[in-house]
Design a protein around this ligand. Structure first.
Ligand SMILES: Nc1nc2c(ncn2[C@@H]2O[C@H](COP(=O)(O)OP(=O)(O)OP(=O)(O)O)[C@@H](O)[C@H]2O)c(=O)[nH]1
Ligand SMILES: [Mg+2]
Length: 424
């Protein structure tokens, strides 16, 4: 499909097919070149402003597809005065014309990039405004609170009455609580969008690659009885109950003189440092302790005690102080479900109904807003600091405004839309 947006769309349509179809009705038409020769025959649709995705006049030309014909059609449309869209420019125009707010425009890209069915559903909910509506509702409560506090400044005699009963402070605490709750939901939404990076590491031959294959349900990695089989970093993308997982298999950690193996081990260490969740794999019978540096750098740590089938141990999960033990067998599959549950739980992932997608910048802005309101509430309940509290609430409102784009800079917009694909 070739999509044209802007004031010249109707003129381009006339020149290309010789007529303008009635609004929002598909018409069969010949798309013609400058000499009047047909390029393709297809459906032509016209959406007059403001009732279109971008809020501008939009023309859609649905051809048979195929790169040559589409290139000819595109070249003809460009010759008629259009120019090629920048990445995300359609969504950007929709945002600038108030068709979508910023969080919804971002959801368009997240829907397209969704890595699991659950992630796609969550992105669609954000596109429908699930995140934006909750942010708007919080902004309204915040505004009401600011009005009450700032009214106190204008009537200083009544200030004491206004703050004395602690009602305003209580409202601020409640708002902070609800903001913190939304931070949690948004964090899950961000997980759905970005996925969780889970790294398999440990000594050679303990069964890291076998575990990758068992979780991925395919023979993705080479498994042999020879220690040092895996040299390179291997990545598999899968989902656990809708949670997208980037599962990374690494070379077994040991001292080695082999330059190839040493490079593999260096890469393994780099992956461990970047992991959201480290699976330190070791063997039942003689389990090793995760190395101290791995405990420091990775997010959550699980010690996977593999090969329980060889020693006749039962699959189970046992929390320790610095990590959690999961006893399993990559070979028989016993205990794999426990590991899946552990990964979800460590990420704080529940994926209930109504989950919406979110991005890192949303989570950060919500957290900033929550912290500001929390400080404001403390100032109010501590007595006295009404001016300072008002300033905290103003900053909170600004942070929330960044999510929907009510407050935004050109720089931020540029960065957001640059990551979209062309044509969206
Ligand atoms: N009995 C049993 N054997 C296992 C299990 N998991 C892995 N193995 C065997 O252990 C050997 C090593 O498995 P790999 O998955 O290649 O081990 P790795 O940790 O990836 O090894 P490197 O890549 O060399 O670091 C193979 O012979 C596997 O069949 C298990 O749960 N039970
Ligand atoms: Mg391996």
């Amino acid at each position: 499909m070739v999509r044209v947006s802007g004031p010249a769309a109707p003129a381009i349509c006339h020149a290309l097919v010789g007529f303008l179809p009635p609004p929002r009705v598909a018409r069969l038409a010949s798309f013609r070149d400058a000499a009047g020769e047909p390029i393709d025959r297809g459906l032509c649709l016209y959406f007059p402003a403001p009732h279109s995705f971008t809020g501008e006049h939009v023309l859609e030309l649905h051809g048979h597809g195929g790169p040559v014909v589409m290139d000819l059609l595109l070249a003809r449309v460009l010759a008629l005065g259009a120019r090629q869209a920048r990445p995300g420019e359609f969504s950007q125009r929709a945002y600038l014309n108030d068709k979508l707010d910023l969080a919804q425009a971002e959801a368009v890209a997240d829907l397209i990039d969704a890595a699991s069915a659950a992630a796609a559903r969550a992105a669609l909910r954000s596109l429908d405004g699930a995140l934006s509506q909750q942010v708007h509702a919080l902004v309204e409560r915040l505004t009401a609170l600011r009005v009450q506090i700032e009214a106190g400044f204008d009537f200083p005699d009544e200030e004491l009455d206004l703050f004395a009963d602690g009602r305003i402070a209580a409202e601020a605490y409640e708002l902070a609580h609800d903001l913190h709750a939304l931070v949690g939901r948004a964090g899950e939404g961000r997980l759905l969008r970005e996925g969780l990076t889970v790294v398999l590491a440990g000594a050679p031959n303990v069964g890291k690659s076998s575990l990758l294959n068992a979780l991925a349900k395919r023979e993705a990695a080479i498994v042999t009885a020879i220690p040092g089989t895996t040299r390179d970093v291997l990545r598999e993308h899968l989902a656990i109950d809708g949670l997208p997982l980037h599962l990374i298999d690494t070379a077994g950690l040991r001292d080695s003189d082999d330059p190839v193996e040493r490079e593999g081990i260096r890469r393994a260490r780099a992956e461990i440092d970047r992991a959201d969740h480290l699976l330190f794999v070791t063997e039942a019978g003689d389990p090793q302790t995760p190395p101290a540096e791995a405990l420091g750098n990775a997010g959550a740590v699980t010690r996977v005690i593999n090969k329980i089938d060889l020693v006749g141990e039962a699959p189970r999960i046992e929390p320790q102080i610095a990590w959690t033990d999961v006893y399993l067998s990559a070979h028989t599959g016993a205990g794999l479900d426990l590991l899946r549950e552990r990964i979800k739980a460590a990420a704080g992932f529940h994926a209930g109904e109504g989950q919406f997608s979110a991005r890192r910048r949303h989570v950060e802005a919500l957290r900033r807003a929550a912290d500001c309101v929390q400080r404001g509430a403390e100032l109010l309940s501590g007595g006295g600091g009404a001016e300072l509290a008002a300033e905290e609430l103003r900053l909170a409102q600004q942070a929330l405004g960044e999510i929907t784009g009510a407050v935004s800079s050109d720089d931020l917009l540029g960065r957001i839309f640059a990551t979209f694909c062309i044509g969206k």
